[in-house]
Design a protein around this ligand. Structure first.
Ligand code: DND
Ligand code: ATP
Ligand code: GLN
Length: 685
C-alpha cells in the first residue's frame, strides 16, 4: 500500500467520470464552457479521468457544416481553452473535436492532461450506412500518414495505436476509441487492452432509436469483459440537432462485465456519472487468465507497434472514500432476482454432483450425520432432493443423529424433527460410551472426573462420529456424505482425518457459510419442501453456531459453551475475507479498506432480504483488523494441510473451491508473515 489508508488511490483504484454536457450545434465556445463546467466538477470529485462525447466541442450533428473553416477554427480555439484550464484540474480529459491534418478532416479524441495535449486519436471506423454519412466529411485513422501532428504549438502523437500510460500508477493505462469503433467485430480497444490499457474509453455520439440502449449496454459490458478492463462510454446528450435524429445522453461505466454507473437517459440537464475502477482487480484477473496473454502473443507484431505515451499522474491527496458499492456478502448478491438465481444454481450444482456420484458408484444409500446445525441440514436437503431426482426413496438416506457430551436439547430436537420431516431412515447413536472408551485408552483426565475440555476431548467426539459413519456405510452399502463448508475449510475449523474433515463425497466443500445460511432461507422461501420441514429449518437458522464439542453449563442448556464465531470471528466477515483474498489475491490492507466500506455502517442500504435492522451488524476498523488477522494466520499458516487432502465435491462458485484439484493449490508449510506484517503496518488501529 502507498499513501494514506483512507484513500481509494492507496488501494489500486482510480476514479473515472463520464460527462454529458449540454451542447449547441456549431457553437464551440458555448460547448467549451460546458465541457469545462463538468471537467471542474470531475476534478472536485478527485477523478483521474473524465470522458466527454464524440465531437462534443463542435457538436456531432453538424453534417456539412463540418467543412466550414469558421467552425473548425473556433473548435481549435475551444480546445485551447480546455487545455489552458486543465492545468488546475485533476483528471485526464478526453474531449472530442473535428481536426484538420494533412489536408484531411479527422473525427478526433484529444487527450489533455494538466496543460499538455498527450495525444490525438482519430476515429478508426467511420459509419457510412443508413443515417450515418461520416465518410462524406471525414477521413479515417488508416488514411493518416504522419504519426505525429502539431496542435496549438504542441507536437503530439497522432493515431489510434496509442496507450496513455501513467508512469507512476501501476496498471493505469488509457486507450481511446470513438463510437462506431466498438460496433465492429474487432474494436481497436481490443488491441489497446492487449497492449496494457486497463481503462478503455469511448467518445460516442450515438443517436437513440428504440432498443438501442440495451444493445449499447451489451456492447460495453462484453468489451469490458473480454478485455478484462473498464469500459467508459459517453453518448451525446441535450442540444444535438434533432433535424433527423434524437439523442439520449447515455453514459456508462463498466468494469469486467459489471455495470458500475449509468446516467439517466433523456435528461434535459447535463450529467456526470462517476465510479472507482479497481485496477488491481483487473490486473489480478489478467494475470490469472492465461488465454488473455496467449491472445497478446498471437498479435505481438501489431502490439509491438502500439505506442506507450507516458505521463506522470498527480495523485489527488487526502481522504477519498470509495464511490462504488461493495457487497457485504460477496457470495450472496443483494439483488433479489440475482440472489434467487444464485441459490437455484448452487443448489442444483450440489444435487447434480451427488446424483452423478451415486449413479457411478452403483450405491443407492447415503449415510449422513445430522447434528441439527446448518451444514448437515443443508447437506441433508441436498441428499433428499437428489433421491427425488433419481427416483429413489428418501428412506435410502440413512440419517444418524449422534448426541455427545455437549449436544443441546434444541439441536437434538431439530435434528430428530428434520430427519423425520424429510422422510429419511432416522437413527440415534449415543457416542458417549465409545468416546469414554477411547479416552480411557488415552488416559485422558476427563475419565477421572476432571473437566478437561481440550482439543483431544473435542476431536475424540468428532472422530467417533466419523468412525461410526464410515463403518455404517460399509455395513449398509452406502457412502458417507460430507457436510463441512468452504468457510470452515478456509479457517481449518474441522477435525482432520478421522473427523468431520473426511467423507466419501462432500456437497458443501465449495459453499461458504453465508451462502448456506441463505440457501436454507431460499429453500424455505421457495417452498422446496413442506411447511413442517420449513419450520424446523427456520429454527436451525435461528440457533447459534457451535461445534457442540464442549459441554455447556448444566443450568443453561440452550447456550452452547463454545461459540464458533467468538473463536474464529463472525462468518460474515470471514466470508468477505475469503472472497477477496482467494478470488483476487488482494493484500490485507485493501481487504480491510473494502471491508470497512461494506461493514462500517449498518444503516447503508444493500442488505439481502430477511435482515431486519436489529439483526444487522456493523464492524469498526479495529474489529475488522482483528478478525482479518485471525483469518490470515489460520489460512496461510495453520490450515492448508487440511485443504491439501479433501474429499471430492463440486465447485459451486467463482469465489472459491479450496480443493487442490479445483482452484486452490498451495503448500501446507508456508509462512504467514508477509500477510500479517502488511496488515499490522498498513491498517490503522
Ligand atoms: N501443516 C501440517 N501438516 C500436517 N499435519 C499438521 C499440520 N499442522 C498441524 N498438523 C496436525 O494436525 C493436528 C491439528 O488438526 P486437528 O487434529 O484437526 O485439530 P485442530 O485443528 O487443532 O482442532 C480441530 C478444531 O476444529 C474445531 N471443529 C471441529 C469439528 C467441527 C467443527 C465445526 O464447527 O464444524 C469445528 C474444533 O473445535 C477444533 O478447534 C495437529 O495436532 C497436528 O497433529
Ligand atoms: N450430534 C451430532 N450428530 C450427528 N452428526 C453430527 C453431530 N455433531 C456433528 N455431527 C457431524 O459432524 C459435522 C460437523 O459438525 P458441526 O457441528 O461442525 O457441523 P454442523 O452442526 O452441521 O454445522 P455448523 O457447524 O454450521 O453448525 C456435522 O455436519 C455432522 O455431519
Ligand atoms: N457516431 C457513431 O459512430 C454512431 C454509430 C454507432 N453505430 C451508433 O449507432 O451509435
Amino acid at each position: 500500500m502507498t499513501g494514506i489508508f483512507r484513500s481509494i488511490y492507496s488501494h489500486g483504484f482510480v476514479r473515472a467520470a463520464v460527462c454529458i454536457p449540454s451542447v449547441r450545434v456549431a457553437d464551440p465556445i458555448y460547448n467549451a464552457e460546458h465541457t469545462l463546467g463538468l471537467a471542474r466538477r470531475a476534478s472536485e470529485m478527485h477523478a483521474a479521468v473524465a470522458l466527454f462525447p464524440e465531437m462534443g466541442l463542435s457538436a456531432y450533428s453538424n453534417d456539412d457544416l463540418f467543412h466550414q473553416d469558421a467552425l473548425l477554427d473556433a473548435t481549435v480555439v475551444a480546445i485551447g481553452k480546455v487545455v489552458e484550464e486543465s492545468k488546475a484540474l485533476t483528471p485526464v480529459l478526453l474531449v472530442g473535436a473535428p481536426l484538420r491534418f494533412e489536408g484531411k478532416l479527422f473525427n478526433c479524441a484529444v487527450v489533455i492532461y494538466r496543460g499538455a495535449i498527450l495525444g490525438i486519436v482519430p476515429k478508426t471506423y467511420l459509419p457510412n450506412y443508413r443515417e450515418f454519412y461520416e465518410k462524406r466529411q471525414f477521413a479515417a485513422a488508416r488514411e493518416a500518414v504522419a504519426r505525429e501532428v502539431t496542435l496549438l504549438g504542441q507536437r503530439v502523437p497522432f493515431g489510434s495505436d496509442i496507450v496513455f500510460q501513467a508512469s507512476n500508477v501501476r496498471d493505469f493505462g488509457i486507450h481511446v476509441e470513438i463510437c462506431e469503433d466498438v460496433w465492429t467485430p474487432v474494436p481497436p480497444s481490443t488491441f489497446g487492452a492487449l497492449a496494457g490499457a486497463t481503462v478503455l474509453a469511448n467518445l460516442s455520439a450515438s443517436n437513440i432509436t428504440i432498443g438501442k440502449a440495451d444493445y449499447r449496454r451489451d456492447l460495453c459490458a462484453s468489451q469490458s469483459g473480454r478485455c478484462v478492463a473498464a469500459y467508459l462510454y459517453s453518448a451525446a446528450g441535450p442540444g444535438e440537432s434533432t433535424t433527423d435524429l434524437a439523442w439520449d445522453g447515455h453514459a456508462l461505466i463498466y468494469e469486467n462485465n459489471e455495470l458500475l454507473a449509468e446516467s439517466t437517459r433523456f435528461s434535459a440537464d447535463e450529467q456526470i456519472i462517476a465510479s472507482d475502477i479497481d485496477l488491481e482487480r483487473l490486473a489480478q484477473d489478467r494475470m490469472r487468465l492465461s488465454s488473455f496473454h496467449d491472445t497478446a502473443g498471437d498479435y505481438r507484431e501489431r502490439l509491438r507497434e502500439i505506442r506507450q505515451v507516458e505521463f506522470e499522474f498527480q495523485i489527488p491527496e487526502g481522504e477519498i472514500g470509495l464511490l462504488r458499492h461493495v457487497e457485504r456478502f460477496p457470495f450472496v448478491p443483494n439483488d433479489a432476482a440475482l440472489r434467487d438465481e444464485r441459490c437455484y444454481e448452487a443448489y442444483n450444482i450440489q444435487v447434480h454432483g451427488l446424483m452423478k456420484r451415486l449413479a457411478s458408484t452403483g450405491l443407492q444409500k447415503i449415510v449422513i450425520g445430522v447434528s441439527g446445525g446448518l451444514d448437515s441440514t443443508h447437506a441433508l436437503i441436498v441428499a433428499a432432493r437428489t433421491m427425488d431426482r433419481l427416483g429413489l426413496p428418501r428412506k435410502n438416506i440413512l440419517a444418524f443423529t449422534m448426541p455427545g457430551f455437549a449436544t443441546s436439547d434444541i439441536t437434538l430436537k431439530n435434528a430428530r424433527g428434520l430427519m423425520e420431516a424429510l422422510g429419511t431412515t432416522a437413527h440415534e447413536i449415543d457416542i458417549r460410551p465409545s468416546c469414554l472408551q477411547m479416552m480411557r485408552d488415552l488416559g485422558h483426565p476427563f475419565i477421572g472426573g476432571e473437566p478437561v475440555y481440550d482439543i483431544t476431548f473435542e476431536n475424540v467426539q468428532a472422530g467417533e462420529r466419523t468412525s461410526h459413519l464410515f463403518r455404517l456405510a460399509n455395513f449398509h452399502d452406502g457412502f458417507v456424505l460430507g457436510t463441512g463448508d468452504l468457510s470452515e475449510l478456509a479457517l481449518g475449523w474441522c477435525t482432520y482425518g478421522v473427523g468431520d474433515h473426511m467423507s466419501h463425497y462432500n456437497v458443501n466443500a465449495s459453499v461458504p457459510k453465508t451462502l448456506i445460511q441463505y440457501l436454507l432461507r431460499w429453500v424455505i422461501g421457495s417452498k422446496q419442501f413442506d411447511s413442517a420441514t420449513s419450520e424446523i429449518l427456520q429454527s436451525i437458522l435461528d440457533t447459534e453456531i457451535s461445534p457442540e464439542l464442549v459441554p455447556h453449563d448444566a443450568d443453561n442448556n440452550d447456550k452452547p459453551a463454545q461459540s464458533t464465531e467468538q473463536k474464529i470471528g463472525p462468518y460474515e466477515l470471514q466470508d468477505f475475507n475469503i472472497y477477496y483474498v482467494t478470488r483476487y489475491g488482494f493484500r490485507p490492507s485493501k481487504v480491510a479498506f473494502l471491508s470497512q466500506h461494506a461493514w462500517g455502517d449498518k444503516t447503508h442500504g444493500g442488505w439481502p432480504a430477511g435482515f431486519d435492522l436489529a439483526k444487522r451488524n456493523e464492524y469498526d476498523l479495529p474489529t475488522i483488523k482483528k478478525w482479518l488477522g485471525t483469518f490470515l494466520f489460520r489460512f496461510f499458516k495453520t490450515s492448508q494441510f487440511k485443504r491439501s487432502c479433501i474429499p471430492n465435491g463440486p465447485k459451486v462458485g467463482s469465489g472459491g473451491s479450496l480443493s487442490p484439484r479445483g482452484d486452490w493449490r498451495a503448500p501446507s508449510d508456508s509462512e504467514a508473515n508477509v500477510w500479517m506484517d502488511e496488515l499490522k503496518n498498513n491498517v490503522p488501529d
